[in-house]
Ligand binder design. Structure first.
Ligand code: ATR
Length: 277
């Protein structure tokens, strides 16, 4: 029987995960199906129970269910526990469901694929919501020289810095406190790009040779990446690679095979830019 996988979300119609996982399955010759399922709000547990009862092997979980998936999982990986959210569920051979979070490692793997340095770099994270929380542990494991979190609502940055203090020193900052500071790697984990809003970032924030990464992506460069280009960042990337790399990590958890991400990122990029041209 073909092993069944799915993504649960609300909305979910826009999801690129079915395309990505079908490409992976084809690449490595795995017999699996991958569908998307629109789950009603408040209906996560019932939908997941039904999926697994019907023999489903694994789920990806997107907004707004990442916390529901966290509570649903019988066991959690360490990185999911630290992220406080789950984007991947896997049925185990003993009949229990394992919860993982592959978003953070997805971003790190994408940076590795791009050849970006992280170790010994001064890193600034913008935002203090779920997206930033999800990448903190994998980021700290890369041994950056410094990590700072700047957020519009300062106390949320402070809470995150305290919550991850055991992994290394993390500074919480307001946007005003970014004046006269310099960073080698700046990562936008706010949702400001979604509304086309620019964050109040000072000129001179980027050290010479700096890299700028936006966890969001789109057919056009995000406003943050446009700003980074004007500030002469040496390297720029949006979150399309992160999306494919988090999927690859989920795929690995389910199938114990690592698919190639680069051809899938390229195909998605081509399809995205074609639509707007
Ligand atoms: P997610 O789970 O995607 O991280 P979230 O928890 O709602 O979503 O967090 C969104 C982040 O984007 C927050 O850090 C938010 O700042 P606040 O904590 O001050 O709300 C940030 N954000 C969203 N829109 C923003 C904007 N226009 N300017 C600055 N920060 C913004």
């Amino acid at each position: 029987m073909t092993d069944a996988y799915a993504i649960f979300g609300h909305p979910v119609a826009h999801s690129k995960s079915p395309y990505i996982h079908r490409q992976f399955a084809e690449q490595v010759g795995e017999d699996m199906s991958y569908t998307k399922q629109l789950v009603p709000e408040g209906g996560f547990d019932a939908a997941a129970d039904a999926f697994f009862a019907a023999g489903g092997k694994g789920l990806n979980v997107t907004l707004p269910f990442k916390i529901d998936a966290y509570t649903y999982a019988a066991r959690l990986t360490q990185r999911a526990r630290r992220a406080g959210a789950v984007n991947t569920l896997a049925m185990q051979s003993d009949g229990t469901v394992l919860g993982d979070n592959t978003d953070g490692i997805g971003m790190i793997n994408d940076m590795h694929n791009l050849g970006w340095p992280i170790a010994e770099q001064r890193v600034l994270l913008l935002g203090a919501g779920g997206a930033v929380r999800g990448v903190l542990q994998p980021l700290m494991e890369q041994n950056p020289a410094q990590v700072a979190i700047a957020n519009r609502t300062f106390h949320k940055a402070e809470q995150l810095a305290k919550g991850f203090h055991d992994l290394g020193d993390i500074q919480a900052l307001t946007f005003e406190q970014l004046e006269r500071r310099q960073f080698d790697l700046v990562i936008n984990g706010t949702s400001a790009s979604l509304g086309g809003d620019m964050l109040p970032l000072p000129d001179g924030l980027l050290a010479p040779g700096a890299s700028c990464y936006d966890m969001m992506y789109g057919a056009e460069p995000t406003v943050f990446l446009q700003w980074a280009e004007r500030q002469s960042a040496q390297r720029l990337a949006d979150g399309l690679g992160m999306l494919v790399c988090q999927a690859a990590e989920s795929f690995y958890l389910w199938r114990s095979v690592r698919p190639e991400v680069v051809p899938v990122v390229s195909a998605l990029r081509r399809a995205m830019t074609k639509k707007t041209s």
